[in-house]
Design a protein around this ligand. Structure first.
Ligand code: ADP
Length: 271
């Protein structure tokens, strides 16, 4: 990716000042009798790249789905950039958030999914401009200019007029990355973004994400089994087990000298 098309720090994330961008306070999530998250507390500071690792079923994706408001917590509160996602303040009281309130807070969050989730009936360029134009009210020309820059950044300038089915999985995922960034989110959530890709396409997508991590201050919260990628981009790694963070710290520490036996077992199985 050319540096002149990189996202400038100011452009992408004006609020980077190390303040708390995500806050979970005592969040509990159950599915029937299965307590998936048990009074979970955790925070992510703005500008940080945080990776969630741990065995399947330990609650990592649930964290991302709660932030995307695809799920609601049974208890506790979630804040994004100082605003409650789960609640709103009315007359000095915390009440459950209205749909309008959730929609506003959600604009601060971008997500890249395992399955790309592109609009199949729209060309690549329109996939990237659709939400800025229709959700943020950005003028079409301006949105297209920005989309072309982002598509160049992810190496897809040649493909802007194609439909998603005309692209490889890796290319589709790179469109999804450009589409998420076009909304100028304060935080980018990534859920196993390479797990649906053929092995030879994984590196290209991870390279784009590495570049974004290293050249911007966008806050990232990432669930991944790609441990080398996690090591490269993370400021903090959180090890999940059975709905709890059992260990957290800098990647050098977690990957080289973990404290917890469960972390050691997990890493020896995946590394
Ligand atoms: P991870 O991302 O760490 O693999 P998840 O957050 O996806 O874990 O899942 C945590 C637990 O929640 C698992 O036991 C899973 O079966 C359960 N779970 C997740 N989503 C649902 C759902 N929609 N309905 C019922 N159980 C679910």
């Amino acid at each position: 990716m050319s540096s002149e098309n990189s996202l400038s720090k100011e452009d992408q994330n004006p609020a980077v000042d190390g303040s708390e961008l995500i806050r979970f306070d005592s969040v509990t999530k159950r599915f029937g009798s299965n307590v998936v998250l048990d009074e979970m507390d955790f925070t992510v500071s703005s500008g940080k790249h945080v990776t969630l690792i741990g065995p399947s079923g330990s609650g990592k994706t649930t964290i991302l789905r709660l932030l995307m408001t695809l799920l609601k917590p049974d208890d506790g509160t979630i804040k994004v950039a100082g605003d409650y996602l789960t609640h709103e303040e009315r007359g000095g009281q915390l009440v459950p958030a209205s749909e309008n309130h959730v929609r506003e807070v959600r604009k601060k969050i971008g997500m890249i999914f395992q399955q790309f989730n592109l609009f199949p009936n729209m060309r690549v360029l329109r996939n990237v401009t659709e939400a800025p134009v229709h959700v943020l009210g950005v003028p079409k020309e301006q949105a297209e200019e920005r989309a072309l820059e982002l598509l160049e950044m992810v190496g897809l300038s040649e493909h802007v007029n194609k439909y998603p089915t005309q692209l490889s999985g890796g290319q589709q995922q790179r469109v999804a990355i450009a589409r998420a960034l076009a909304m100028k989110p304060q935080v980018l959530l990534m859920d196993e973004v390479t797990s649906a890709l053929d092995p030879e396409l994984v590196a290209g997508v991870l390279d784009v994400l590495r570049d974004i991590a290293h050249t911007t201050d966008i806050t990232m919260l990432c669930v991944t089994h790609e441990m080398n990628f996690a090591r490269d981009i993370s400021d903090d790694v959180l090890m999940f087990d059975a709905g709890r963070v059992i260990e957290s710290g800098a990647p050098e520490k977690i990957f080289s000298d973990p404290e917890h036996e469960r972390t050691r077992e997990f890493l020896s199985a995946v590394l």
